[in-house]
Write a protein that binds this ligand. Structure first.
Ligand code: LLP
Length: 422
């Protein structure tokens, strides 16, 4: 459920008509709903009720400071994957003791940043990383709290570019070698092992791969405890999918996910950490765009938008589907006809969808891509020298621009012409 609905024939973000925002900031822009963000957090929190748990919002999905601050205010922790995200988490008010640091290639500088901030936990993904963290921590005279990410060799049955839990993927240590690597970690003076970490992929629409992975983690917990390790935390990663296409069957709900956690890991007495990103932010955001031209091609029609692949890359990158809706509500009897929805960027990959059945829209009309709050703005670029899209946060009837569109001067100002050319 989200808070983007038609009221009096016009799409609203909570209590704010989308055309009002468009008039204020221009198109294209991202708009997020506070009520939806909050709701998604609470749904997870309730799904894990009764178990000691911490929800570490995966900031990679949407790391705007205002979005992260919205999460922090609810009590969420953060899952960060770079020094940049760590800096954002701290600036947005996430307490360091609720920050976990994931990622397969943390640099020594990033490890140091995490230790200096006093974060809760490093999710370590390899032996060389373990060695580096031990070394950096000892040099600083501190110990690093660690969960080791295991690769359970489970097929998450999602898009290959976002599946992470198979042995062929670059993530984690092979689960079969866990015993040996945990023993090494225990011998390191700079490392304090706290738990096990697992994340098998993103946009999962089936609970079976989760259950399979969680059972392996449960077995490993028992085995490591028998070997004398104190395992008190289990980080289960993120990955629960969202309904991108409203006409399709909905994926399992956080409630069902919580039940699977309870079933497989509930008797171990561990603190459960989860790292949802997409489910928190995805359906809490729209990308709003204007039609520039409606163009008749050879046997097909094109809607050419002012948004492009640089603003929302998911269709080009993962063949992802985003529901597209006109901002003016179509009548029940308005005809729909197939159109290709494309951006102005000079490559054919800049196609949001082909032959999509949509109500008639013309130049100047506003439309919205749904489910664009996660992996939308964060993955945007200035390809074709198109300034980054602005972001807007709505809260009831309040509206705030949380990242403004850079001016052309600001965009050009980041480059420098060397002396020998001037
Ligand atoms: N934890 C770890 C270690 C991760 O790698 C990820 C996502 C998450 C948590 C959050 O997963 P989520 O709950 O959002 O599914 N750009 C792609 C998605 C990449 C996901 C990468 N890792 C997309 O647009 O579909």
């Amino acid at each position: 459920m989200d808070h983007f609905e038609y009221r009096d024939g016009v799409l609203h973000a909570e209590d704010v008509p989308i055309p009002e925002i468009a008039a204020e900031v221009g198109t294209p822009f991202y708009v997020y709903s506070t009520a939806t963000l909050e709701r998604h957090y609470r749904v997870f929190d309730e799904a894990l009720a009764g178990m000691d748990h911490l929800i570490c919002y995966a900031m990679k999905a949407n790391s705007n400071l205002a979005v992260v601050a919205t999460m922090a205010r609810l009590g969420a922790g953060a899952d960060v994957v770079s020094g940049g995200e760590l800096a954002r988490a701290l600036k947005a008010g996430v307490p360091p003791e609720k920050i976990v640091f994931s990622g397969v290639g943390k640099t020594r500088d990033e490890l140091r940043m995490g230790l200096e901030a006093g974060i809760r936990q490093f999710n370590v993904e390899s032996e060389p990383e373990l060695e580096a963290l031990d070394e950096v921590a000892r040099a600083m005279g501190v110990t690093a709290a660690v969960a080791i990410r295991v690769n359970p060799d489970v097929d998450a049955k999602t898009h290959p570019k976002i599946a992470t839990g198979m042995s062929e993927n670059k993530f984690g240590i092979p689960i079969a070698r866990a015993s040996e690597i945990y023993a090494r970690a225990r011998a390191m003076a700079g490392i304090e092992v706290k738990g096990i970490d697992v994340h098998i992929g993103s946009q999962l629409t089936d609970l079976a791969p989760y259950e399979a992975a969680f059972r392996k983690v449960a077995d490993l917990t028992r085995q490591l405890r028998a070997e004398g390790h104190e395992i008190t935390r289990l980080d289960l990663g993120g990955g629960l999918g969202i309904p991108y296409r409203r006409s399709n069957a909905a994926p399992p709900l956080p409630f069902d996910y919580g039940a699977a956690v309870r079933r497989t890991l509930g008797d171990l007495g561990c603190e459960i950490e989860i790292e949802p990103g997409r489910l928190i932010a995805g359906n809490a955001g729209l990308l709003v765009s204007s039609v520039i031209y409606r163009k008749q091609g050879d046997g097909r029609e094109f809607l050419i938008l002012d948004a492009a692949m640089n603003d929302l890359i998911r269709p080009a990158m993962y063949d992802a589907w985003h529901d597209i809706v006109p901002v003016r509500e179509p009548g029940p009897d308005d005809p729909v006809a197939p159109v290709d929805v494309v951006g102005p960027v000079c490559e054919s990959g800049d196609t949001f969808t082909r032959a999509r059945a949509l109500p008639h829209m013309d130049a100047g009309d506003l439309l919205a891509f749904r489910s664009a709050g996660a992996y939308g703005a964060v993955m945007s670029s200035e390809y074709n020298s198109r300034p980054l899209v602005p972001e807007v946060l709505v809260n009831g009837s309040s509206v705030a621009v949380i990242r403004k569109r850079p001016t052309l001067e600001e965009m050009l100002g980041r480059d420098a012409i060397p002396e020998w050319l001037s």
